[in-house]
Design a protein around this ligand. Sequence first.
Ligand SMILES: Cc1cc2nc3c(=O)[nH]c(=O)nc-3n(C[C@H](O)[C@H](O)[C@H](O)COP(=O)(O)OP(=O)(O)OC[C@H]3O[C@@H](n4cnc5c(N)ncnc54)[C@H](O)[C@@H]3O)c2cc1C
Length: 467
Amino acid sequence: MSNWIEALKKEIPEGQIMTELADRYSYSFDASFGEYLPDVVVQAKNKQEVVYIVKVANQFGIPIYPRGQGTCLSGGPLPVYGGMVLDLSQWPEQITLNVEDLTINVSPSVLTARINEEAEKHGLMYAPDPSSAHVATIGGNLAENSGGPRGLKYGVTKDFVIGLELVTPEGEVIRTGGQTIKNVTGFDLTKLIVGSEGTLGVITEATLKLIPKPPAVQTIMVEFDHVRTAGQAISRTLTSGILPSKMEFMDQACIQAVENFKPSGLPVDAKAIVIIELDGHPQTLDVETKLVQNIMSSIGATNLIIPKTKEEADKIWHARKQVSPAIAKIKPTKVSEDATVPRSKIPEMMDRLHDIKNKYNVEVVVFGHAGDGNLHPNILCDKRDQEEMGRVEQAVEEVFQAAIDLGGTLSGEHGIGTMKAPFMEKELGEVGLDMMKRIKDSWDPNGIMNPGKIFPEKGQKLVLTDE
Ligand SMILES: Cc1cc2nc3c(=O)[nH]c(=O)nc-3n(C[C@H](O)[C@H](O)[C@H](O)COP(=O)(O)OP(=O)(O)OC[C@H]3O[C@@H](n4cnc5c(N)ncnc54)[C@H](O)[C@@H]3O)c2cc1C
C-alpha cells in the first residue's frame, strides 16, 4: 500500500492525505446503511489534484470513491473495496453567475442551496431543491441526479445542467455541453454523466441553467382521513389543468414524528396531509387556489389550511423538511427507499405498502414528493435485531417489486448505489443492464472509479443482516 501513498504525496499536500484510523472511520459511512473502511482519504482542492490522484489510482489499480458531503441515501460514496475516498467537499467554493445568459458556473463542492441564493439576488431561480440542499454538494446532486419538491413542475438536476467538466477514470479532462441552452452536437454525454453515481469520472465543474423566479407563491395544506384519498387527490389535481410547483405527502406516522420532534402545529389526527405550493402571477394564484379548494372538498378532504403570511407558509414547509430527522428518532435504524410509480398508481402503491407493512410486521412510514409519484417509504427498525432485519430485507424486496409491477422504478432520486444494485436487472432486463455495463467498461477500463456500485456482483443480494 505504501507505494501508491508515497506516489500521492509527491503532488498532493500532506495535510490532504489522511491515513489515521479515526479519519478513515469518519469516511466509512454515508446517510444509508453500510459501513466500509477506506485505506486512505485524499482531499482534492482543484482539477490538477484530481487528475494526478486519478492517474496514480490507474497506475496502481486502486479504487477511487468520489465523495461530496456523504448525505447519500443509497451507499454511493461508500468505499466497498477499500482504496481511497476522494473528498471533494474542501474544494474552495467557486461560483460565477452569467446573468444575461441565465447560467451559473460552479465548482463541485458548492452546497446546492448556495446556487439558488446567488440566483435569487438577480431575480432568478435554480429550481432543483432536494431537502438536503443546505448540506449536500452540487457534485453529489449531479452524480445522483437529485430532485426535490419543485421537480413536479420544473424537473430535476439533469434538467438544469447544460455543461460539465469531468476528469475521466483514466485522468483525462473533458468538457461536455457548454453555455448554450440548445446543443445537439454528438451524443449527450452531459446527460449520461448526470446520475451515473460517480462511476464515470469526477465532476470538476458544472454549468447550470437558471430561470426567472416566479413572482408569487401560495401554500395550501390539505388534511385527509384516509391515505388512499390523499393519493386520489393528487391525481385529480394534476389532471385538472393546474400544475403546482410542489405536492408533498406525509402519512400520520410522519406527522406525529414531526410533532414529537419539533412541534409545528401539524394536524396529528389526520391520516395524511398533502402540502401544495402554487407559483406564478398573483392573479393566477387566486384562481388556482379556488380550483384546488373545490377539488379537495369534492374528493373528501377533512380540512384545508391556506396560510395568510409567508411566516405561516414557511412553518409548514419547515415541518415537511423535519420529516427525515424526526422519523430517525423513532427507532435506531432507518432504511429509506424512494420507489417511484406512475402518478395514476399512487393509491395502489399506498395499498401495497400497507399490505407489506402488515405482512412482515415492520414499521413503515411514508412521505415524499407524491406529485411526481416519488414516494419515500422508510422502514424503521433496529439493526442489532437480526430477526427483525431479516423481515426488513424481505419487505424492502417487496417494495421494489411493487414499484416495478406498477410500471415504476427502483429509485426516483436517491440512486442505486450498493443497496439497489441486486434489483437492477429486474427493472432493466438482462440486455438493458449489459448495455449500461458496456458503457461503464469502456469509460473505465481499469474499473477503478467507484467500483461495487450500481452493477450487481454475481449472486449479489440485499443484505441488511450481519451474515
Ligand atoms: C435528510 C436528507 C434529505 C435528503 N433529501 C433528498 C431529496 O429531497 N432529494 C434527493 O434527491 N436526495 C435527497 N437526499 C440524498 C442526498 O442528499 C443526495 O443524494 C445528494 O445529492 C448527495 O450529495 P452529497 O454531496 O452528500 O454527495 P455524497 O453523498 O458524498 O455522494 C453521492 C454520490 O455522488 C458521487 N459524487 C459526489 N461528488 C462527486 C463528483 N464531484 N464527481 C463525481 N461523483 C461525485 C459519490 O461517489 C456518490 O456516488 C437526502 C439526504 C438526507 C440525509
